[in-house]
Design a protein around this ligand. Structure first.
Ligand code: GRF
Length: 205
C-alpha cells in the first residue's frame, strides 16, 4: 500500500483558525495529506505562532524585503520546492497571488472565501452580505486564478442570515462551515476526486 501523503503549504496572514482545522484533520490516521510548511506575510500572525508551537516549519517572509511581488513569490516557490509541496492552501492570506506562482502551480492553489461566490468577492464578505440584505450566505473553497476570488468553485456551504445578525455573529457561523469544507476539499484533492471541466469542478464519486 502506498502511504505517501500529499504535502501542503499553508499561507496565512492572521488568526489561522482554518489552518488549525486543517491541521486537526491532517493528523487523523487515514488522512491523505500533511502540512509541510506554514508561511505568513505578517510577523505577528497568530497562525504562525501556532504552527511553531505544533513543530511545523513556520516562516515569516516579509514582502517588503523583496524588490517586487514577483521576487517575493519566487522566494515562496523556492521554499515550496524545498518542501516538495503538492498543494498550496491559502487560509486568510491577505495578498493577491500573481501569475508567476499560479503558472508554477496550475490548479494546485486553493483558497477559502466567506461567501457563496461569485457573490461578495473581496474584503469584508460577511459585511457585504449583511448590507445587501441577503438571506443566505456561506463559504466557498475554490481554485485560485489571476482574479480576486474568481477561480472555479470546488465546494460551498450555505449559512442562513438571521434578522439580528451582526458581522461577528454571521462570521462565526460561517467559520464553522469553513473549517468543515476546507479539509474535505483537501482530502478529495489528494484522493483524485476533483475533476476540472472548464470553470466547473466535478466531484467524482
Ligand atoms: C476566513 O474567514 C477566510 O474565509 C478568509 O479569511 C478568514 C481567515 O480566518 N479568507 P482564519 O485566519 O483562518 O481564522
Amino acid at each position: 500500500m502506498n502511504t505517501k501523503k500529499g504535502k501542503i503549504a499553508i499561507l496565512l496572514s492572521g488568526r489561522g483558525s482554518n489552518f488549525e482545522a486543517i491541521y486537526k484533520n491532517s493528523i487523523i490516521g487515514d488522512s491523505p495529506f500533511e502540512i509541510a510548511v506554514v508561511v505568513s506575510d505578517k510577523r505577528k500572525a497568530k497562525g504562525l505562532k501556532t504552527a511553531d508551537d505544533l513543530g511545523i516549519p513556520a516562516y515569516f517572509i516579509r514582502p517588503r524585503d523583496f524588490s517586487s511581488k514577483d521576487e517575493y513569490e519566487k522566494n515562496l516557490i523556492e521554499l515550496f520546492e524545498k518542501f516538495k509541496i503538492d498543494l498550496v492552501c491559502l487560509a486568510g492570506f491577505m495578498r493577491i497571488i500573481s501569475p508567476i506562482l499560479i503558472k508554477k502551480y496550475p490548479n494546485r492553489i486553493i483558497n477559502i472565501h466567506p461567501s457563496l461566490l461569485p457573490l461578495f468577492p473581496g474584503l469584508d464578505a460577511q459585511k457585504q452580505a449583511l448590507e445587501a440584505g441577503a438571506e443566505l450566505s456561506g463559504c466557498t473553497v475554490h481554485f485560485v486564478d489571476e482574479g480576486v476570488d474568481s477561480g472555479p468553485a470546488i465546494m460551498q456551504a450555505s449559512v442562513g442570515i438571521k434578522k439580528n445578525d451582526s458581522e461577528e455573529s454571521l462570521s462565526k457561523r460561517i467559520l464553522i462551515e469553513e473549517h468543515r469544507i476546507y479539509s474535505e476539499v483537501i482530502r478529495l484533492y489528494f484522493r483524485n476526486k476533483l475533476k476540472i471541466e472548464g470553470r466547473r469542478v466535478k466531484i467524482l464519486t
